[in-house]
Ligand binder design. Sequence first.
Ligand code: SF4
Length: 405
Amino acid sequence: MTTHADICRRVRQLEAEGGDRLIILNMGLGRDSITMLSLLAEGPIRAQGRDIYADDVDAVIFADTGAEWKHTYATIPQVEQLSGELGIPFLWLQKPKTCEWEPYEEGLKPLRGTGKKIDPKVHESLRPWRRAGANMTIMEKARTGWYHYRAPIIEDYAGRETTVRRKKADCTTNHKVDVIRRAMADLAHEKYGVKSNAAWGRKVKAGEAAPHLNLVGIAKDEATRAIHRHPCRVTGLKPGVWYADEAYPLLEMGITKADEQPILERHEFGHVRKSGCVMCPYQPISWYWMLREVEPEGWTRTVDYEGAAVKAGGWTIFTHAKAKGRTKEQRLMYLPEAVERWRGRNPDVTIDEVLRKAYSRGHACTTCVSGEDVYERVLETMDPTIAKWMEANRDKVFDLIAEEQ
Ligand code: SF4
């Protein structure tokens, strides 16, 4: 009988041999992933102990949540150009058009709040942008929103009268990870004729193929973000899927955040700043101030989305980060008020200073890694008494983590 250990031995052997599989560069359009691409332009990068050349990479993929910063969108042409020069297709997985996702959200309204789960087939029947899939190329699907199941991230949560929460990884899963995986399924179909990700997973389990590899940009000084979830690598966490694994080239090459700037500059990316959604709950309050100042449209969307959630009985996520010494009611201060207060205390800070400051410690987007995963990992290595206290006071612990940011 073949054991799990036997399968994993075979998987590792296939990986070491560089067997058939897709290799995808996860492009978040931030400094880490663009550093990875820049290094690839200079020679091989390291992944799972092997050299990976530009020729080995099947696609550079950016999953667009529909609410990225303008400075992030502005880097797309340059990244697309460099990918093109390296001969790697750049897939920008865009959201569907407004005239398509709006009727979808409208159609869902009467079905929500009934307490009943909406049948996935009903969801699919309401998504006009998914109808022409069979006749489209991967590039066409990427451009028309086919890989997305949901409206832009802000409107998706607003429609459900809730906000993205730090303690959940669902924003990353629904708007990044799953979207990229759908594109991977098409790429694998095109390259190997395999029908689905599940079918590739079965080949991996049968010892016939290595898991597809996602190259994720995590610098050496953020190593805690690198959490393998493949069933053959996982160490105590809930295992991930069989068909795909992750590797962290920057980490393997010993590249720190400080090392990134000269690499970026060599490829004229020195101006690149942190990417992410404009309403990301992992960003500090100063970034919301910056949003108010430089992107009034994104600011209005964010304020409206928070307002809708609070009105429906939810609670604001933003000022949760500054809860120290405050009552629960004070923590519920709305975003405009919180930003005003922050600005009152920091009247001289400039946009450039805010942009230069990184955020999202302990969190990674475009990967399977969530703040929750990091928390679980910390828990495993804790003294059992402290771990027990942490588990019993989960909310408090997240409050403390939030205050740290
Ligand atoms: S974690 Fe932040 S940047 Fe990532 S999908 Fe969620 S809201 Fe967007």
